[in-house]
Design a protein around this ligand. Structure first.
Ligand SMILES: [Fe+2]
Length: 390
């Protein structure tokens, strides 16, 4: 049996007004201090005030939320006993909310012990809402939780299907002020998730549809949103692309770009979307070189997005070129060297990077699973910006 998890999605102009329709008495809002200072928290609390829902804010989420921060949030949510938990912010805040709502029912649980096979039944106490202020992670539509084990500089992928939010609210007012750099970083996460979700060996026709449309919308609208943040059509279409990509990979699996990106990002503290976008074209080339099945699927994306026509191989290669031209257009790094990482330090860290990538399930859900040797080569080629020829 397969299942497809999806929240109720309120989207478009004035989507925040959906809050007036929820039933509840107390909301616990998980966010960060930046969201508060930007005035975005107030847009949400105004809606809660209008329908007499009390609220409390936990605004201590850091960019790579640590287990210690989640535990602190767990104590606060236990004291407040809300009937809604709202993740407000980027992927970090939404992921943190998913972990914190589990601690509401299991206060003694270590957050890194949240596993897919367990049942927490947190909805007996509270429902979960996600309000993204970036467009890319798709966390508003997925059950995945990425936390950071600060002691070991390691990202930990957690979660259970219960953690798919009940409601996701996509209001363009929440993203129109997003700076270009964050627009680019998070937007590339959406591109990577759309493509990887579409070609995942765990995918089905149910997950392919949203991945395909997400890729098309992101290719068209990410450069526009990057160049002119006030272009509300572009902002709305990127919100849609992000959640569609989330629905695709969240119900199948992301791929090799994500496992290699996670490894680099955790070790060198580079934003998630930037690292996964960086590795996407290299890992696509690797799959094209060894998998006719994935080459054909890349070709389908290329044709649907109007990137190319011709043989599967020609179309798949054109899609890789399209990803690289998009990266250039939005000033994202095309190589690890572009990230400013010292070559000697990088070379010394490659065994650790390989080990981290091999520990990711996403390395195993692609059609050509690399071993230690190939992973090392891809990491090295990506430093130089060399196309993958093996
Ligand atoms: Fe991602």
């Amino acid at each position: 049996m397969w299942t497809f998890s999806c929240p109720i999605i309120a989207y478009g102009d004035y989507a925040l007004e959906y809050i007036a329709q929820i039933q509840g008495k107390k909301a616990f809002i998980v966010t960060d201090k930046n969201i508060v200072s930007l005035g975005l928290l107030k847009l949400v609390t105004d809606q809660l005030d209008a329908v007499n829902i009390k609220w409390q804010v936990f605004d201590e989420i850091e960019p790579e939320p640590s287990l210690a921060t989640i535990k602190k949030g767990g104590v606060a949510v236990g004291l407040y006993q809300p009937d809604w938990v709202i993740g407000l912010g980027g992927g970090s805040c939404m992921d943190a909310a998913k972990a914190i709502i589990i601690l509401l029912v299991q206060p003694d649980l270590d957050p890194d012990a949240i596993i897919a096979s367990d049942t927490y039944n947190f909805r007996e106490k509270a429902k979960l809402m996600a309000i993204p202020t970036t467009s890319g992670t798709g966390s508003e539509a997925t059950w995945a939780i990425v936390l950071t084990d600060a002691d070991n500089q390691r990202k930990i992928g957690l979660g259970t299907t219960e953690c798919t939010p009940d409601v996701a609210i996509l209001d363009p007012v929440m993203v129109e002020g997003m700076p270009p750099q964050i627009t680019a970083d998070t937007g590339m996460d959406a591109v990577c998730q759309a493509i990887e979700g579409y070609v995942s060996t765990w995918g089905t026709s149910i997950t392919e549809g949203p991945g395909l449309v997400a890729a098309k919308q992101a290719f068209q609208y990410l450069p526009k949103a990057y160049k002119d943040g006030k272009d509300l059509e572009a902002r709305k279409e990127m919100q849609n692309a992000a959640i569609l990509a989330g629905l695709s990979f969240g119900n199948s699996m992301a791929g090799l770009g994500h496992s290699m990106g996670h490894a680099l990002g955790a070790m060198y503290h580079i934003p998630h979307g930037r690292t996964v976008g960086l590795f996407l074209p290299y890992t696509m080339e690797y799959l094209i070189n060894g998998s006719e099945e994935t080459t054909a699927k890349y070709a389908e994306i290329a044709c649907f997005c109007g990137v190319a026509s011709g043989s599967n191989l020609e179309c798949a290669k054109a899609l890789v070129a399209k990803v690289r031209s998009l990266l250039k257009e939005i000033n994202q790094p095309l190589s690890v060297e572009d990230c400013g990482i010292d070559k000697t330090q990088y070379e010394a860290s490659i065994p650790d990077l390989i080990d981290r990538a091999l520990n990711e399930v996403m390395t195993m859900t692609v059609s050509r699973v690399p071993g230690v040797e190939d992973l090392g080569k891809i990491f090295r080629y990506a430093y130089e910006g060399k196309h993958i020829n093996f």
